[in-house]
Structures are given as structure tokens and as C-alpha cells.
Design a protein around this ligand. Sequence first.
Ligand SMILES: *Cc1c(COP(=O)(O)O)cnc(C)c1O
Length: 357
Amino acid sequence: MSFDLNSLLRPHIAKLQPYTSARDEYTGKEGVFLDANENPFGSITEQDFNRYPDPYQSALKAEIAKIKAVRPTQIFLGNGSDEAIDLLYRAFCNPGKDNVILLPPTYGMYEVSANINDVEIRKVALTEDFQLQPEKILAAADAKSKILFICSPNNPSANKAKREDVLFLLKNFKGLVVVDEAYIDFSDEPSFTTELDNYPNLLVMQTFSKAWGLASLRLGMAFASEEIIRILNKIKPPYNISGLTQDTVLAAITDKEKVDRMIREILDERDFLQAELEKLPFVQKIHPSHANFLLVKMPNATQVYDDLIEEKVIVRNRAKVLLCEDCLRITVGTRGENEAFLSALSKVNSQIESSRH
Ligand SMILES: *Cc1c(COP(=O)(O)O)cnc(C)c1O
């Protein structure tokens, strides 16, 4: 396959000299460190944070490489996946000239980040059952289409894309293909990281925010060829992952058992929530889920959403989103939270029904 990364890259990024930090120029651990204008006495906090963290997150990447079966040089770490999304736009999309292809309904940050970077958006809707339309996607693309964002399992529809459709697009789309796998841990689908060596235009995003339960630490991962990762590293803010985040994740990452236990519990609760929702006569559709949430269709969804808030139960209203008319997105909670949601849902629905008779 002919894929020329340099012709995709913005010319000034290709030429860019990156910032070299103090910790780039001397990487030893021992010594008298008078190179980075840090506070030598410690920190205002009990725990010391006075030294700048490793800008390359080497220790953490070595561990992530093991559990994800990739090479450390294929890993970029960002301040959440959102940072990777933004850096991709800045590396590859010339504002006011290039475009990206988005597949609504999907994750809102691809569009917001395109707008922040003044990049044209071309939308190719998913089908009624939230599948890709590969031929239409290719037809919408031209030489200035730099990135295609595929979210699988998709937020907010919860389903996964057909693997053969993604592979077809990897073979035929001329720009970068980003596969956002934020919810992959809740799916039986294998990750596309296994395809990295076959497709130089593939970038897979994952995150510690969902299955790992670390949304507050802000740690997102991108996996791609060494060439692509080198570009992202070149343009990222030098110290984009805090030392606290690096140390905390490094200390916990070997506890794969706990992650697996939480995932199993979430999947059990997803089954429970689905089974209970199926018993409710007013629920019109529960979309099949490969994620930690359910997309549920019901009459008067916006009214239900508002009334649930009165009951102190907060879900996500997707009723105005393309192909999600009258749908609420419900994150799977603990058993107690799910029961609280279900009883509030029944209560507000019967209130709405009786007010209409
Ligand atoms: C939650 C989510 C993410 C994670 O974003 P972070 O910035 O890593 O917290 C990424 N993509 C999708 C589709 C998501 O729903």
C-alpha cells in the first residue's frame, strides 16, 4: 500500500525544531540538579512534587507496552484522549484548507477540536443501525481529507463497527484512520492494535478514563507507527503527563486482576440493567451495547430526562442527536445506582402518562 506520511504532514511541522527541556539534555538520575529552576527544598504539600516529571514517560510506557503488546515507541500518552485528538489536528490539518471525515452520531470532541483548529468537517452519517457506510465515506473524501475518525465501540450508540468495514477503510482511505477504542474493554472485539504493523495509516486511541477508573487523572493513549508517534511527541507540551499521574498509574498498572474484576462487574450490571429495562412496557428500544452504557429509546425522552433530574438521577439526554431521537444514554452504575435509576424512571414515566390522560 502506498502511504506517504510526509505528504500528509503540515510542512511547518515537518521542519519544526522541538523544545528541548533540561531533562532532555541530561537524562541521568544521580547528581546535583541545578538545571531546571526547581525548588530545592521540596514542596508546599506533604508529598514532594518539586522536580519536573519524565517528559517521555519511559517507565510507564514500558509497562503499557507489555499489557498492550506493542513497542514503547508505538505509544503516545496524552492529557486524556482529548490531547491526542487536538495534536492530530495540529500536526496534519492546515486550517481553512484541509478537512476531516466524521461519522455522526459520534463522540463530540472530534467536531469541537476541528472547530477550534478551523478545520472543515465532512459528515457521513452511520446507518440506522449505527454501522459505517464505507463507500460513502470514500466518496466524501478528497486529497485534502487528512483524518477519518471511527469510534468503536461508538459513543453514544454503544455498538461496535464491523471489522471488515474498518479494514476496508484502512486499505482505501488515503489519510490517517483513527480508531477510538475508549470502550474496547467492555467489548468482545479484539483491539485494532494488532493491525498496527499492517497499516501505517492506523492510529488507535484508548484511555484510562473508563475501565481503569482513572478519569480524574487524565491519561489517554494513542498507538501508531513509530513515525506518527514521533510527530505527536515532537509537538506535545513537554511535561504533558504529571509526575503524580505517571507514578500513580505505574504503581497500579500491574493489578490487572482488579481491572478485570471491575469490568466483569460492570458487564454483569449492564445485563441487569438491560433485563430490567426490557420489562418496562414504555421502553421502545435498547440498543445492543459493547460499552459501559446503554442507549435507550422511550417516548418523551427529554421530559423523562428533566424529571429524572428532579429525582436526583442524572443521565445523558441524546434526544436531539442524529439517529438518536427520543434516546437517553445511561451509564451502567453500581447495583444500588441502577436500582435508583430504574425506580425513578418508572415513577417519572407514570407521572408523565397520568398527566396526559
Ligand atoms: C470517554 C471517551 C474518551 C476518553 O476521553 P479522555 O480524554 O481520555 O477522558 C475518548 N473517546 C470517547 C469516544 C469517549 O467516549
